[in-house]
Design a protein around this ligand. Structure first.
Ligand SMILES: [Zn+2]
Length: 347
């Protein structure tokens, strides 16, 4: 490995296709992006692991969708970790980076929150949702499935089988890495395989997953099932170190795993940290409150403050400016619904 190849592949998503099996996929390597996201918070290790896993899934899934605005993952539980939220903003121009942000809401005093053994168990019962928002004047699309399995990747596989009828597999590797030249930091990698959409997908009978939910193998039949199984057996041979790198390059990994499946790669997508919070959005979200509610939010200093849960940006506003607003203030881009997430207090 050279330093050049490590830099070239870190924080990218590489799309590929297996022509023989009619399967598409993505490989991602994340380093700087993950550390920008996690470095803005001081989450317990298990919460960091959940956020990191959600970010890898977001990078893989977000890149498969033709996005004019954003794709979000929302994972909600009734356990000590109440929510993991991520946003993937599609590139604004050909060759531009996609941007990802993420945060967790959790009960810092809950017993077990500092444990590191089983992060997924901290979510308890809940659901996994994907929301696709194509911008203003478009109704966001939302799909939702119950939390199932033992990892977020299991939930994502169930989501695609149950909600989209698309057989999908994920192999993820993540953890804190130490090298001679770098301090301990998060590193992750992952691969996604997805059967190409069929014109009339259907499931026969109930699902074989937990609670009768559909599993990927429930929705492929005949030759498709044979191809799907063969490629999955190959994917099962992948090792964590091959996924996280940096020694094995993603292109070499595809050849190692799938050389008989005729892999074809497309242009890699660069992913960066990016938050869309702004003072205008805080104004916008506060405009939903009554003057009485606004009055209650004023601090001893005579200001209204808001913290962005994603990036920890701190906003201080003059209440007089708020009451004067007519809702037609400047807006830095399409936005629907994430302003409250941006402007509510951080927990
Ligand atoms: Zn922010």
């Amino acid at each position: 490995m050279t330093l050049g190849s490590k830099i070239a592949w870190d924080d990218t998503v590489l799309p590929f296709q297996l022509d023989r099996a009619d399967i598409r996929g993505r490989v991602t390597r994340l380093d700087g992006l993950l550390n920008r996201i996690l470095g803005q918070h001081a989450y317990p290790p298990a919460v960091e692991a959940l956020v990191a896993e959600a970010v890898v899934l977001t990078a893989l899934i977000g890149q498969t969708v033709k996005l004019r605005w954003k794709l979000s993952l929302q994972i909600r539980g009734d356990g000590p970790v109440r929510m993991i939220a991520t946003d993937y903003y599609g590139p604004e121009a050909e060759g531009a980076p996609a941007r990802i942000r993420a945060y967790a809401a959790f009960d810092a005093d809950a017993p077990g929150i500092r444990a590191e053994t089983d992060p997924f168990a901290l979510l308890g019962q809940g659901y996994f949702a994907i929301i696709i928002d194509q911008g203003p004047d478009m109704t966001p699309y939302q799909g939702i499935t119950p939390l199932s399995g033992t990892r977020l990747a299991d939930c994502a596989e169930t989501y695609f089988a149950q909600s989209e009828q698309l057989p999908t597999r994920f192999a993820l590797g993540l953890g804190r890495s130490t090298t001679q030249t770098e301090a301990e930091h998060w590193r992750a990698g992952g691969m996604m395989l997805q059967h190409m959409p069929k014109s009339s997908p259907h499931a026969q009978g109930g699902g074989s997953g937990a609670g009768g939910l559909l599993a990927p193998q429930d929705i492929v039949h005949g030759d498709d099932a044979e191809n799907w199984n063969r490629v999955n057996i190959l994917l099962d041979t992948v090792e964590d170190i091959e996924l996280t790198g940096p020694r094995v390059q993603p292109t070499d990994l595809l050849v190692r795993l799938f050389h008989e499946e005729i892999p074809r790669v497309f242009d890699a997508q660069v992913v960066q940290f990016g938050c869309t919070c702004s003072v205008e959005r805080v104004h916008e979200s506060l405009s939903a409150f009554s003057p009485e509610d606004i009055a209650e939010m004023i601090t001893d200093d005579g200001l209204i403050t808001a913290d962005c849960q994603f990036c920890n940006a701190h906003y201080e506003l003059d209440p007089a400016a708020l009451t004067a607003t007519d809702g037609s203030g400047p807006d830095s881009g399409p936005n629907s619904g994430d302003a409250t997430g941006d402007a509510t207090g951080n927990d």
